[in-house]
Design a protein around this ligand. Structure first.
Ligand SMILES: *Cc1c(COP(=O)(O)O)cnc(C)c1O
Length: 356
């Protein structure tokens, strides 16, 4: 039996994508082998690689002066790749600390340059997005984490700055429209909204793809993959293939515009229900709420534990909140159907009546 999986990552993939991968698993496209087994220099894989890059460019409306590259090491490896590639001018960067992942990125960056905090929401346990930022004049970049997976916040608007914005979009890539031209660099691990873990997508404006700092390792230098069509070394072929299938599926659905509508609808249903309940609550500033990750609590921790256990028995799994926040978290990425959210709300109603 398939369950509704509310995991923050790795998370659900569209059923159609899983079925297609299953159909082709043993014999991909008449090659007589699996994508897992084939040379990354074969014509089969070359087509997958090129189609995947082309679909990213099309669906995200990526301007011609940007490159899409595939790297490994997850979103976390970009926490060090970003400063190593970009701290080449003044050697300064400012960070907006809006949660755990932004803080980890900041802690990596301070090893490599003059790195400061432009704003933080740690004073209120990361339940909002700081708007009043102290951005220095001559920085190489301003770093943000656009959707804060653990705390359920998101930048609905970008900070106003002429600096190059670097954004971690690991948990909101392709979930809503993004104007790529407003950024210097975007990156995302695949396992939240796209594919199995293993590939990280970096979208960088070409003038920012250079030699990086002199200590920048070859494998962390974006230029290395950009100059080799992401085939400098063996790429994570299977996750890239799965990403291609997800992108094809998204295109058929109507692209990011359509996906955003569905995501606004889904998250709206859940937030409305929580806001109208005097049993469940969500502590995030309304204007900063994530479309993807919805943390919530019951009146006490014992009831939270009971909720998670009973929901799981009802086929609504992985609702436990992150250990830093407690309570529950429903991650409702692109692949979570509207029906999954409706079923969760029905369950919440029943639970409230039984436990109030
Ligand atoms: C999950 C996540 C990460 C970490 O990704 P890994 O691939 O596990 O390194 C970084 N940033 C955000 C916003 C995330 O959601």
């Amino acid at each position: 039996m398939r369950v509704y999986n509310f995991s923050a990552g790795p998370s659900m993939l569209p059923m159609e994508v899983l079925q297609e991968a299953q159909r082709d698993f043993i014999d991909y496209n008449g090659s007589g082998m699996s994508v897992c087994e084939m040379s990354h220099r074969s014509k089969y894989y070359d087509e997958i690689n090129n189609e995947c890059i082309a679909l990213f460019k099309e669906l995200m409306n990526i301007p011609d002066n940007y490159s899409v590259i595939f790297v490994q090491g997850g979103g976390s490896t970009q926490f060090e790749a970003v400063p190593l590639n970009l701290l080449t001018g003044s050697g300064k960067a400012d960070y907006v600390v809006t949660g755990n992942f932004a803080k980890k990125a900041y802690k990596e960056a301070i090893k490599y340059g003059d790195v400061a905090v432009a704003g933080s929401s740690e004073d209120k346990k990361f339940t909002y997005i700081p708007k009043d930022l102290k951005i220095r004049e001559d920085i190489d970049y301003l770093y943000i984490c656009q959707n804060n997976t653990i705390f359920g916040t998101r930048f609905a608007e970008l900070p106003k700055t002429s600096a190059n914005i670097v954004s971690d979009i690991s948990s909101n890539i392709l979930s809503e429209k993004i104007d790529v031209s407003k950024y210097g660099v975007l990156f995302a691990g695949a396992q939240k909204n796209l594919a199995p873990a293993g590939v990280t997508i970096v979208i960088a404006r070409n003038d920012l793809i250079g030699e990086g700092m002199s200590i920048c390792p070859t494998m962390l230098k974006w230029k290395t993959q950009a100059e080799n069509n992401s085939l400098y070394n063996t790429p994570p072929c299977f996750p890239i293939y799965m990403a291609m299938l997800t992108l094809r599926y998204l295109k058929k659905l109507g692209g990011v515009t359509e996906m955003q509508k569905i995501n606004e609808y889904k998250s709206g249903l859940l937030y409305d229900f929580i806001d109208n309940s005097d049993f469940f609550s969500n502590g995030v500033a309304k204007e900063d709420r994530s479309l993807m990750n919805v943390p919530f609590v019951t009146p006490n921790a014992d009831l939270d534990a009971k909720f998670i256990k009973e929901a799981s028995a009802d086929g609504l799994v992985s609702l436990k909140g992150h250990r830093l926040v407690g309570g529950m978290r429903a991650s409702i990425y692109n692949a979570m159907p509207v029906d999954g959210v409706k079923k969760l709300i029905e369950f919440m109603k029943k639970f409230e009546i039984a436990n109030k």
